[in-house]
Design a protein around this ligand. Structure first.
Ligand code: SF4
Length: 152
């Protein structure tokens, strides 16, 4: 079961998109120096398809993308939700994963960030980052990490 802690409309997490970013809980990655350790707990409201639809309708017309932040403990459910967002809600889908596991059906996603947070290497804005941000185009992963490392 996916649960979420909070959500916000954001502009920088996905280049060229206005995203409804939803912070999922029960993160299993436990990165040292995690910026949001409260997301390790299995707390929050259940993110069902109905609940997601309700959130999307609040911002319909203002957002172009839903950004799923986390969910590595239930990757299959993230993939099911991505399929629903893309095919039923008709919005783009981004996923911020703390791992490097590719989804089974990559075409249900438009953007994917892979990798845990390493404080020494920094996040996506750091040239030394271990994290990668990809755009999905025709089933291929196009590395766009450098978009975070310059003004855009
Ligand atoms: S993946 Fe994100 S939320 Fe989870 S432990 Fe790492 S930094 Fe924290």
């Amino acid at each position: 079961m996916l649960k979420y802690y909070n959500y916000d409309v954001v502009f920088q997490e996905v280049p060229d998109e206005v995203s409804l970013a939803i912070n999922l809980t029960n993160c299993p990655n436990h990165c040292p120096a995690c910026h949001s350790p409260h997301l390790w707990e299995n707390i929050g409201a259940e993110l069902t398809e109905d609940e997601l639809s309700r959130l999307v309708e609040i911002y319909r017309g203002d957002i172009t993308c839903v950004c799923i932040m986390g969910g590595d403990a239930a990757k299959n459910e993230v993939e099911t939700l991505a399929h629903y967002i893309k095919n039923t809600l008709k919005l783009k889908v981004a996923w911020y994963s703390g791992r490097y596991d590719k989804p089974v059906n990559i075409n249900d996603f438009d953007y994917i960030k892979f990798g845990p947070y390493d404080d020494e290497k920094g996040g996506l804005k750091s040239p030394e980052t271990n994290q990668r941000f990809y755009k999905v185009t025709d089933g291929n992963l196009i590395d766009c990490t450098e978009r975070f490392q310059r003004k855009h």
